[in-house]
Write a protein that binds this ligand. Structure first.
Ligand SMILES: Nc1ncnc2c1ncn2[C@@H]1O[C@H](COP(=O)(O)OP(=O)(O)OP(=O)(O)O)[C@@H](O)[C@H]1O
Ligand SMILES: [Mg+2]
Length: 286
């Protein structure tokens, strides 16, 4: 997906194992969305939306422009405040968790419009993803990319993990490059590495295929599968690229004008009349 060659090798066993997993098979889904509602003035951006995200699954969240997909991610990551309803992660409501604690709980995201520090190196951007795990001076920490010798053990470990994650997303050798001017596919991969290095249980991807070419989209699909299967992350992916969503998702939820209009397997939602109408416009004879 990166234009930098195919995605890298797997993680060493220890690194993969350090993505802690919940091994009990409770009925409680990893993420439970209940009657979630948010309004912006007269617009109901999400209207009593409910669905579950089972642990270990890839869930595709789709819908036409303005359906409420990014708004949903923004509620989970506490950028937006819901008007009513609830989102529970591992049984705990997220709606009272301060925004800065969301990553520590095990939720990481990428953004629809890539958000990186463009004047910093690739490695330093990735390191920002694990700052919550290190009681360290960020200035000292960010000198890691320059080979600063004064790092403590935890900081050196973070640098090694960041480099390993860059290799996992196909960007080995890119660490010292300054972000500004790099191809868009590389920027998307850097953001993904930054999310992964936080070692989340739940990964939120907002249009990861946006702006990628066909080869990169195919690579991205394989990479998301590996993230799900090798790193054992639950993945919630918002995407307009239907071939990608349908190929990788265990379940697909469809939003339209803030309402959930369908939920099921890729095959089920593709055959759903309301979904076809939402994408193509209603048949006037109906
Ligand atoms: N901060 C905001 N203030 C006002 N309205 C907003 C805000 N954020 C989102 N909206 C509105 O909420 C609705 C849903 O927007 P959202 O960005 O969630 O859609 P989306 O499904 O992500 O669309 P796209 O596929 O185009 O990214 C839209 O009508 C949008 O204009
Ligand atoms: Mg969006």
């Amino acid at each position: 997906m990166t234009g930098a060659g195919s995605a890298g090798r797997g993680l060493r066993a220890g690194a993969a194992a350090s993505f802690e997993r919940n091994t009990n098979n409770d009925a409680e889904p990893l993420l439970a969305v209940e009657d979630l509602t948010i309004r912006f003035g007269g617009i109901v951006a999400l209207d009593r939306v409910s669905f579950d995200v089972p642990e270990g699954s890839i869930l595709g969240l789709i819908g036409p422009n303005g359906a409420g997909k990014t708004t949903f991610f923004n509620i989970i990551t506490r950028l937006y405040r819901a008007d009513s309803g609830d989102v529970r992660f591992q049984g705990r409501s997220l709606l009272r968790v301060p925004a800065h604690e969301i990553v520590s709980l095990g939720i990481a995201r990428t953004f629809q419009n890539v958000e990186l520090c463009t004047r910093m190196s690739v490695l330093d951007n990735v390191l920002l993803g694990c700052h919550n795990k290190l009681a360290t001076n960020p200035a000292n920490f960010l000198l890691a990319g320059l080979g600063w010798p004064g790092l403590n053990g935890a900081e050196r470990g973070a640098v090694a993990e960041a480099e390993e994650m860059l290799e996992f997303v196909g960007l080995s050798g890119f660490g010292s490059r300054v972000v500004q001017g790099l191809p868009f596919g590389v920027l998307k991969a850097v953001e993904l590495a930054r999310a992964l290095v936080a070692k989340p249980r739940l990964l939120l991807l907002d249009e990861p295929a946006g702006g990628l070419n066909a080869t990169e989209v195919a690579e991205l699909g394989r990479l998301i599968k590996r993230i799900n299967q090798e790193l054992k992350l639950t993945v919630l992916v918002v995407e307009h690229h239907m071939n990608l969503v349908m190929a990788i998702s265990d379940k697909v939820v469809v939003l339209d004008f803030g309402c959930k209009i369908a939920e099921g397997t890729a095959r089920e939602v593709q055959a759903d009349k309301a979904v076809i109408e939402a994408y193509l416009g209603a048949d006037e004879d109906d």
